[in-house]
Design a protein around this ligand. Structure first.
Ligand code: R5P
Length: 323
C-alpha cells in the first residue's frame, strides 16, 4: 500500500497534510454521520470510503439544552456515527443522534468514538465513587450495534459496552507520519504507555523504551532519568493522552537535560486542557502533534484510514449489512 497525502477536510488553506494509506477501492454502502465534535474526521472517513457524509446540525437552546438534526428524508442503510464523548455535552449529542438515526430507518448503527472520555475513571478508588467508565459505556451503547474506539485508555472498559466493541490503535498512523523524520529512539513517558512505544518502535525499526513516572498530583509528575543513552539523539515521545501537558513537559526536561538533540511528541488524543498547547509549544518540545481523534491546531496525524480499514473488515464479517 502506498501512503497518499490528503488535506484535512475543510482546511484547504492549511499546509500540513494528513496521511493515510489509500484503501483498495471497494464500493461501500453506508452513510457516515458526523457529530459536532468529529466533523473533520467524519468527512475524511466518508471520503476514503467513498460514501455519503451527513453532518448533523447541532445548536443549543437558550437554556443550554442540545438540539440536533440529521438532514434528509431517510437513512435506510448502515450508518456510522462519528462523535467524541468529550466534553460532556458531546455525550448528550451522541445519544440524540443515535435516536434520530434509528427513527430515520438506519439498518445497523456503528458508533465510532474517536476519543472515549471517562476511560481514565475505570475503577473505584474510594467508597461512594461511581464506576464512571462503565456507566458511560453502557448508556452509549443502548441503541447501537457496534462500537469502535481508538486507543481507549483502558481496554477493560470495552467489556461494558452492550454490543461488540473494538479498540483500534493509532500506532500505525503515528509511525507512518514520523517514518522520514529522522527519529532515533521512541520513548513512552510511563510504564502504562510502554506497549505503545514498543508498537511504534517496532514499526519504525527503532530502539524503544519507557520512562518511569511518579504522579505527585493531577497536574504534577516526576520523571526518572532514561535508561537509554539519549545524548545527541532525536527522541519521539508517544502517549495516548495529553491533558495538562505535565507528563510531557517533565519527560522533555529530563531528556533535554540528558543531552537529547530534539524531542518530538505525538499523542493519540490531544485533550489539551487550559493553555497546555501554548505551554508545550513554548517549551523545550521541538515538535508537538496529535491524531485527529480530537480536533486542534496540532491534530495533523489522521486515523481515518485506520477506521476505514476496520469498517471494511467489519463489512466482510457481516458486522455491517452486506449488499
Ligand atoms: C496517563 O496514564 C496517560 O497515559 C497520560 O500520560 C496522562 O493522562 C497525561 O496527562 P497530563 O498531560 O495531564 O500529564
Amino acid at each position: 500500500m502506498h501512503p497518499v497525502l490528503y488535506m484535512k477536510a475543510d482546511d484547504k488553506n492549511v499546509c500540513a497534510p494528513v496521511t493515510y494509506n489509500k484503501l483498495q477501492h471497494i464500493p461501500v454502502r453506508m452513510i457516515v454521520i458526523g457529530g459536532s465534535s468529529s466533523r473533520d474526521l467524519a468527512k475524511e472517513l466518508a471520503m476514503i470510503l467513498e460514501c455519503k457524509c451527513i453532518l448533523a446540525s447541532s445548536t443549543r437552546f437558550p437554556d443550554g439544552e442540545c438540539y440536533t438534526r440529521i438532514e434528509g428524508e431517510s437513512l435506510h442503510d448502515d450508518v456510522v456515527i462519528v462523535q467524541n464523548t468529550y466534553p460532556d455535552t458531546s455525550i448528550i449529542e451522541m445519544l440524540l443522534i443515535q435516536d434520530a438515526a434509528k427513527r430515520m430507518g438506519a439498518k445497523k448503527i456503528t458508533l465510532v468514538i474517536p476519543y472515549f472520555g471517562y476511560a481514565r475513571q475505570d475503577r473505584i478508588f474510594k467508597p461512594g465513587e461511581p464506576e464512571s467508565a462503565k456507566v458511560m459505556a453502557r448508556h452509549l451503547s443502548l441503541a447501537c450495534d457496534r462500537v469502535i474506539t481508538i486507543d481507549i485508555h483502558k481496554e477493560t472498559v470495552l467489556k461494558n459496552f452492550k454490543c461488540p466493541a473494538t479498540d483500534l490503535k493509532a500506532s500505525g498512523a503515528i509511525a507512518e507520519y514520523f517514518a522520514d523524520k529522522g527519529i532515533d529512539i521512541v520513548l513512552a513517558p510511563d510504564a502504562g504507555a510502554a506497549d505503545r512505544a514498543r508498537d511504534i518502535g517496532e514499526r519504525m525499526k527503532l530502539p524503544y523504551d519507557h520512562l518511569e513516572k511518579i504522579r505527585i498530583s493531577g497536574t504534577e509528575v516526576k520523571i526518572a532519568p532514561a535508561r537509554m543513552d539519549c545524548a545527541g539523539k532525536n527522541i519521539l515521545i508517544v502517549d495516548d493522552i495529553i491533558a495538562t501537558g505535565g507528563t510531557i513537559l517533565a519527560a522533555t526536561i529530563q531528556l533535554k537535560a540528558a543531552g537529547a538533540e530534539s524531542v518530538s511528541v505525538a499523542c493519540t488524543h490531544g485533550v489539551f486542557t487550559g493553555d497546555s498547547i501554548q505551554r508545550l509549544t513554548g517549551s523545550q518540545v521541538d515538535v508537538l502533534l496529535s491524531c485527529n481523534t480530537l480536533e486542534s491546531k496540532v491534530s495533523n496525524i489522521s486515523v481515518a484510514g485506520t477506521v476505514a480499514a476496520e469498517l471494511m473488515k467489519g463489512k466482510k464479517k457481516g458486522l455491517l449489512r452486506k449488499f
